[in-house]
Write a protein that binds this ligand. Structure first.
Ligand code: BJ8
Length: 424
């Protein structure tokens, strides 16, 4: 890795603590990723990004700030990145996915808070992640109670804008979300000093849609049998797309998709033809959370799709590009974002429809519905999901886990039993 010590010092990072993270991550990545056979060449880019994870992209963001640009750190797929890029800013998804940061979060949060929230707060307070120290503003949302309250703590550290997310999906809720986008435009214009026009927002909508289209191509390739890319690799692509430059992210995902389509035409796969095909549904898996994929794939089954915000929910729906006025574009954005089916909505039956549809499209043999520990929204919803899938004879198991390795063997045993059942 290049030398980023000066950059980290300037950011006020706790270098001693950060060194500990820098020591463990390459080993974890090597064990989970580099041991895989016959990975697509297109993964080299993503491996490089991980090898320089706290260097290369943070350096670009700081350069952007030196040139007068602003950086916005975001925490949810309901935050419309288009608005930030339309004002010449950079938006980067920040959610913490490492157990390393959990203890820092527990200093200020109840222990029974989900690890994603604890890690996100800990990464900032412990000053061990450059991505959390760079932004000029954080942008959060009112999805779950844990996040809402955590934002109040983080607001003591960084200017914080909170987008109010409706809890139902009636026309008036979509109108309310459009008003939130309108407010967000005002905030972003003030922070960046740049006015958002119909032209700049139209370009930003295309920019982010292109990234979504590229990810759709990668995911479409996963519908093939034998599957041309592992679930672990596909997950890494999505995780990195949360904070990479969107134009480059689209280009790299398109390059990878070209290669995957070529593999499909040659019937080349990374798992045998008869490997079990698994869908993971549930809460997002922020980088470097690769735990469930690693368990499943090391047992010989392929994860072929994720119904999650680090999966299909991130890119499935495009924003209508035909509007030419700001009002029309804001409405198009509101309609697109409100199609995302997070468990914070009630009722949320469209999420069940999504899982059933994806099970068919990706020809899955079984679904592993997974939620992070203490996420009441997704763990409660798992009851209805199990009921609906069982009615349709779709095999499903539910798992609740955190970022630690403590339950690794126990989970492995449970997943192994589920896979055995599917093989019978
Ligand atoms: S749209 S899934 S990214 S809120 S896992 S922090 S819900 S207690 S992450 Fe999410 Fe947006 Fe929904 Fe997606 Fe709370 Fe649950 Fe933790 Fe969660």
């Amino acid at each position: 890795m290049a030398d980023y010590q000066q950059m980290w010092t300037d950011l006020g990072m706790d270098l001693e603590k950060h060194d500990v993270l820098c020591e463990v991550l390459p080993e974890a990545f090597g064990g989970v990723y580099l041991t895989q056979q016959d990975r697509p060449k297109g993964m080299d880019f993503y491996d490089f990004v991980v090898s320089e994870i706290h260097g290369v992209r943070p350096a670009e963001m700081i350069q952007h700030q030196k040139e007068g640009g602003k950086v916005f750190g975001t925490f949810c797929v309901y935050v419309p990145d288009e608005v930030v890029f339309a004002a010449g800013g950079i938006a980067a998804g920040l959610c913490g996915g490492s157990q390393f940061w959990v203890a820092g979060g527990e200093k200020v949060l109840p222990a029974n808070t989900c690890p994603l929230i604890k890690a996100s707060v800990g990464a900032r307070l412990d000053k061990t992640c450059p991505f959390f120290l760079i932004p000029d503003m954080y942008v959060g949302e009112t999805t779950c109670d844990g996040k809402k309250k955590a934002w109040e703590i983080l607001a003591g550290e960084v200017p914080f804008h909170i987008i109010d997310i409706p809890q139902k999906k009636r026309d008036r809720d979509i109108a309310a979300f459009a008003a939130e986008i309108q407010d967000f435009i005002g905030v972003v214009e003030k922070v960046t000093g740049n006015q958002i026009t119909a032209e700049s927002l139209g370009e930003a909508i295309k920019l982010i849609n292109n990234k979504r289209r590229a990810l759709q191509r990668v995911y479409n390739a996963r519908k093939a049998s034998p599957v041309p890319i592992s679930g672990k690799d596909a997950l890494l692509v999505t995780q990195i797309n949360f904070y990479d430059d969107p134009a480059r992210a689209a280009q790299m995902a398109n390059n990878l998709a070209d290669e995957l389509e070529d593999r499909i035409s040659r019937q080349a796969g990374v798992f045998p033809d008869n490997a079990l095909r698994i869908m993971i549904s549930g809460t997002p898996m922020a980088i470097p959370n690769w735990k469930m994929h690693h368990i499943i794939e090391s047992l010989g089954a392929a994860v072929v799709v994720e119904e999650s915000c680090t999966g299909t929910r991130y890119f499935e729906n495009l924003v209508d590009e035909s509007a030419t006025t700001l009002d029309g574009q804001i409405q198009a954005l509101a309609e697109r974002y409100m199609k995302t089916n997070c468990a914070c909505f009630t009722p949320n039956t469209a999420r069940i429809d999504d899982i059933v549809r994806l099970a068919d499209e990706y020809k899955v043999d079984g679904i592993i519905d997974t939620n992070l520990q203490f996420c009441n929204l997704y763990s409660t919803e798992s009851y209805l999901i199990k009921q609906a899938l069982t009615e349709r004879n779709l095999p499903i198991m539910h798992i609740e886990t955190d970022y630690s390795e403590q339950d690794f063997e126990q989970l492995r045993t449970r997943v192994e039993a589920f896979l055995e059942m599917l093989r019978k």
